[in-house]
Design a protein around this ligand. Structure first.
Ligand code: 13P
Ligand code: SF4
Length: 336
């Protein structure tokens, strides 16, 4: 009977994005996940935006660069990626021989969706003498059209590693692109993409919060819009935001990024106060709806049944690998 349910769930996988199987409510999912890790020599890599329970069972929690580096160096047989699709896809590109599992295949990314490869190719072809630097938040199809991939941790170093007169296209995030133009003083052609989570923060509400908490430091992710970044005391990737809260003497922080990061901030600095920045509406839109599609139940199911997994076309795998490897080489060179 149970096998019939599993077969039906596998048939529905494409439609649902995950294995829709009932789990015994008495099952200790934390213990089961630990058992599966050992039995299958599996590693769980989780992004900081994942829900706290997932972060607590992960072997490694990191930002996009840290996760790609860990995916490249792991000797585990199975990589379980608790993050969004482009992250798991990057892990697969770096490990074509390994099984890479993603708890919910529908965990996408608005920023990645804002750059369809067919349209981007036409755009890129208008600038034949430009190098294409593409933010890792994109599909493998976009990566294959790029020269170098970057993340929020290494974008500045990657741009500055190129000769000053080198013309650059930066895609897909226009906010990160504008921030980098300002930081590096380099002229870059920008693609018009954005992240729905980071675009929604309200400058007015953050300013009011700052008046109520005058000693609080405002820390923001560079995917936010320019007016929000202008009032930030510190701007950086999720890992650098976390590091800043550990090292800075301030006791209060207004955190302008996805709320998942607050879990590690609270663990690392239990005495400090972290205030999630309010979005520009009434809902909790500073939760990434894609990241939050993954749950502990789906994580357990994907490890137990080894589905859903990332499957990629061989040609695309090869074409998208080179720009990721270039990013990892440059990052290594700069000690990032
Ligand atoms: P980082 O992991 O580079 O901080 O980027 C955040 C993000 O939006 C991931 O989707
Ligand atoms: Fe994509 Fe934004 Fe979600 Fe990151 S937070 S996965 S950029 S939609």
């Amino acid at each position: 009977m149970a096998d019939i349910h599993i077969e039906a769930a596998k048939k529905n996988l494409e439609k649902k994005g995950f294995l829709d199987i009932d789990i015994d409510v008495n099952l200790d999912l934390f213990a089961e996940i630990e058992r599966l890790k050992k039995e299958k020599n599996a590693i769980i890599l989780a992004h900081y935006y994942q829900e706290p329970d997932i972060q607590d069972v992960a072997d490694f929690i990191g930002d996009s660069l840290g996760l790609a580096q860990k995916a490249q160096s792991t000797d585990a047989d199975i990589i379980v990626f608790a993050g969004v699709h482009f992250m798991a896809e990057t892990a697969k590109i770096l490990n074509p021989q390994k099984k890479v599992l993603l708890p919910d295949l529908k965990a996408g990314c608005s920023l990645s969706d804002s750059a369809p490869p067919e349209l981007f190719k036409k755009f890129r072809d208008k600038y034949p003498d430009h190098i294409v630097i593409t933010y890792i938040n994109c599909s493998a199809g976009m990566k294959a059209l790029s020269d170098i991939i970057c993340t929020s941790s290494n974008a500045q170093a990657i741009i500055e590693s190129l000769p000053k007169d080198q013309k650059i296209i930066f895609a897909p995030d226009k906010n990160l692109g504008a921030y980098l133009k300002k930081k590096t003083g380099r002229e870059m052609v920008l693609w018009n993409g954005a992240c729905i989570v980071h675009e929604i923060f309200s400058l007015e509400k953050i300013t009011k919060l700052k008046i109520r908490h005058p000693k609080a430091k405002v820390i923001a992710h560079p995917e936010c819009e320019e007016p929000v970044l202008r009032i930030a005391d510190f701007i950086g990737s999720t890992t650098s935001l976390l590091k800043y809260t550990i090292e800075n003497d301030a006791q209060e922080f207004i955190v302008v990024t996805e709320t998942g990061i607050l879990h590690q901030m609270q663990i690392q600095s239990p005495g400090k106060t972290f205030i999630p920045a309010p979005p520009d509406n009434m809902c909790a839109c500073n939760d990434c709806p894609y990241m939050k599609l993954n749950t502990l139940e789906k994580l357990y199911l994907c490890m137990e049944y080894e589905e859903p997994k990332i499957i990629m076309d061989e040609e695309l795998l090869i074409a998208s690998k080179k720009p990721i490897e270039r990013m990892l080489e440059i990052s290594h060179r700069y000690g990032l």
